[in-house]
Design a protein around this ligand. Structure first.
Ligand code: KIV
Ligand code: ZN
Length: 516
C-alpha cells in the first residue's frame, strides 16, 4: 500500500462555493473578495471561489478573485460538460495559480435518478471531462459526487481513469454526510490499496456534516493517506454544512501527538475570518460552537474558574491567542479621538479604508454619547455593521417610532433608495411590525419574513442589540444583520440589509439545476 509520502496537509477552503450554497448565505462580489483576501493571508492553499457557470455573479466572483489572489491557488467548480469546464477556465484566466474542479455523480442512486445515465456513460464522461479540463489547466481536481455511496469497483475504476486522463487531485465527497469515521477512513485506505496509479494524485476529503461527523471523517481520511481537506469557515455549506475550517486546523495544531501533520494555515486569523464570514452571510455563530463560539473560551462554573486561575491548562486545551482572540489593553470612551479609534481597529484585526474608518468613527462617537462603556464587542458590532452596508442601494436615513400601551404603534421612516430619499408613515402590530411595514411601503417587495432574532452584544440595559432578519422571495433566502443601541433601529438596519441582498439576488440568473 502506498500512501502519500509527505505529512503536509493542504487546506482547501470552499466557503465561497459550497458555503455559499447554504440557504441564505449569499455574498456579493466585494464580500467574496474580502473573504478571499483573508483566506489568502491566513495561508489557505486552495480557495474554491465559485461555480462559474452557475450565474454571472459567480463567474465575476471567480474572475475577480483570480485577479487579486496571488499566493493561494484559485479554484472554479464545473460539472462534467465542456461548457461548464470552458466557463471555469475563462473565469480563472487571470489567476497566478489555478485549478479546475470537475465532478460527476457515481453512486447507483445518483446515476439512475439524478443523471439518468448508465455507469459506462458516466465513466466515459469522467475521462472526457478530466482530459478537457487538463487541456486548459495543469491543476485538475476530480470528484465522484456521492462518493461514499458509490460501489467500490466502480469508484476505483473511475478514480484510475480520472488520474490517467490528467487529474492531479482526487477528492472523495461524502456528499450526504452519511459516513462514519472508521468507514470513511477505510474507503480512503481502499483507494490506496486498489488504485494502481493513486500515487500520482493527491487524495482529498470533502465531508458534509449531516451526522455531525464531518471533521472526524476528514481526519480519519488523513490518517489513511488523504493530504487535502476541503472545509469551510464556520462549517458553512449545503444543509448541515462542510467540515469547519477552524476545527480542522485547531485539531491538527492541538493534537500533534496523534495527528502529526503540518498545514500552512496561520490559526491566528481564525477569529477574523470567522467574524467576517458570519457578518457578510448573516449566519450567527452559535455560542457553543467549537473554536469560534462566544463561549468556546468562557469558564462559567466556580470549579473551572478556580482551576483556570491556578493554571490555564486545567481547562483550556488551546489558548485564545492561538485563534487570534486578543485581550485589548486600549479602552475607548466618549473622549477618545480618531487616533485611538484607528489603533483599536488595528488591534481588533480590522483593515479598513479611510472612508470606512471615518464612517465607523462617526458611529462610534454617536454610540459613545449613548453608552457609558464601549467594549471591544461594541466596536466589532459597529464595524461589522458598517462592513455589511458597503454598496447598499437602500439605506436607512431616519426612523422615529411611537410605541407603548396607549398609542397605535407608528413608524415614521426615511429611506434612501438608489440615491433618492423617500419618506412614509406606517402602523403595525407592535413597533417592529410598524417599522417593517414602513420599509415595505417605501421599497415594495413580496418577500416573506422567515426569521427575526435579537441578541445583546454586551451586558447591561444600554447594550447594543444585534438583529438578524431572514427573508425569502421566489425560493431565494437571504440574511440581513444590523446593530444599534436602539433595538428598532437595529431591526430596521437588519431588514434593509436583507432587502439589499435580495436586490442583488434578483439581478442574478437562477442557477439551473445545479446540484453540487
Ligand atoms: O458535496 C459534494 O459532493 C460537492 C462536490 C461538488 C465536491 O460539493
Ligand atoms: Zn459539498
Amino acid at each position: 500500500m502506498s500512501t502519500h509520502s509527505t505529512d503536509h496537509v493542504l487546506i482547501f477552503d470552499t466557503t465561497l462555493r459550497d458555503g455559499e450554497q447554504s440557504p441564505g448565505a449569499s455574498m456579493n462580489l466585494d464580500e467574496k473578495r474580502r473573504i478571499a483576501e483573508v483566506l489568502e493571508q491566513m495561508g489557505v492553499d486552495i480557495i474554491e471561489a465559485g461555480f462559474p457557470i452557475a450565474s454571472n455573479g459567480d463567474f465575476e466572483a471567480v474572475h475577480e478573485i483570480a485577479k487579486v489572489v496571488r499566493d493561494s491557488t484559485v479554484c472554479g467548480l464545473a460539472r462534467a460538460g465542456r461548457k461548464d469546464i470552458d466557463r471555469a477556465a475563462e473565469a480563472l484566466r487571470p489567476a497566478r495559480r489555478k485549478r479546475i474542479h470537475t465532478f460527476i455523480s457515481t453512486s447507483p442512486l445518483h446515476m439512475r435518478f439524478k443523471l439518468q445515465m448508465e455507469p459506462e456513460d458516466v465513466h466515459q464522461a469522467v475521462i472526457e471531462s478530466v482530459a478537457h479540463a487538463r487541456n486548459l489547466c495543469d491543476d485538475v481536481e476530480w470528484s465522484p459526487e456521492d462518493g461514499t455511496r458509490t460501489e467500490h469497483d466502480f469508484l476505483c475504476r473511475c478514480v484510475e481513469s480520472a488520474i490517467k486522463a490528467g487529474a492531479t487531485t482526487i477528492n472523495i465527497p461524502d456528499t450526504v454526510g452519511y459516513a462514519i469515521p472508521a468507514e470513511y477512513g477505510a474507503l480512503i485506505a481502499m483507494l490506496f490499496e486498489r488504485v494502481p496509479n493513486i500515487d500520482r494524485a493527491v487524495v482529498s476529503t470533502h465531508c458534509h456534516n449531516d451526522l455531525g461527523l464531518a471533521v472526524a471523517n476528514s481526519l480519519a481520511g488523513v490518517a489513511k493517506g488523504a493530504r487535502q481537506i476541503e472545509c469551510a469557515v464556520n462549517g458553512l455549506g449545503e444543509r448541515a454544512g462542510n467540515a469547519a475550517l477552524e476545527e480542522v486546523v485547531m485539531a491538527l495544531k492541538t493534537r500533534q501527538d496523534l495527528l502529526p501533520y503540518s498545514c500552512r494555515v496561520n490559526s491566528e486569523y481564525i477569529v477574523k475570518v470567522s467574524r467576517l464570514v458570519s457578518t457578510v452571510t448573516g449566519f450567527v455563530v452559535q455560542n457553543n460552537k467549537a473554536i469560534v463560539g462566544a463561549n468556546a473560551f468562557a469558564h462559567e462554573s466556580g470549579i473551572h474558574q478556580d482551576g483556570m486561575l491556578k493554571h490555564a491548562g486545567t481547562y483550556e486545551i488551546m489558548t485564545p491567542e492561538s485563534i487570534g482572540l486578543v485581550k485589548s489593553k486600549l479602552v475607548l470612551g466618549k473622549h477618545s479621538g480618531r487616533h485611538a479609534f484607528r489603533e483599536k481597529l488595528r488591534e481588533l484585526g480590522f483593515d479598513l479604508g479611510d472612508n470606512a474608518i471615518e464612517d465607523a468613527f462617526r458611529r462610534f462617537k454617536d454610540l459613545a454619547d449613548r453608552k457609558k462603556e464601549i467594549f471591544d464587542d461594541d466596536i466589532t458590532a459597529l464595524v461589522d455593521d458598517e462592513v455589511v452596508r458597503t454598496n447598499d442601494r437602500v439605506r436607512l436615513v431616519n426612523l422615529q417610532v411611537v410605541c407603548g400601551t396607549r398609542a397605535k404603534q407608528t413608524a415614521d421612516l426615511e429611506l434612501e433608495v438608489d440615491g433618492v430619499v423617500r419618506t412614509t408613515t406606517a402602523t403595525g402590530d407592535g413597533p417592529v411590525d410598524a417599522t417593517f411595514n414602513a420599509i415595505k411601503a417605501l421599497c415594495p417587495h413580496s418577500a416573506t419574513l422567515l426569521l427575526y432574532q435579537v441578541s445583546a452584544v454586551t451586558e447591561g440595559t444600554d447594550a447594543q442589540a444585534e438583529v438578524t432578519v431572514r427573508l425569502e422571495e421566489s425560493g431565494k433566502t437571504v440574511n440581513g444583520r444590523g446593530a444599534d443601541t436602539d433595538t428598532l433601529v437595529a431591526s430596521a438596519r437588519a431588514y434593509v440589509n436583507a432587502l439589499n441582498k435580495l436586490l442583488v439576488k434578483r439581478d442574478k440568473k437562477a442557477p439551473a439545476a445545479l446540484t453540487a
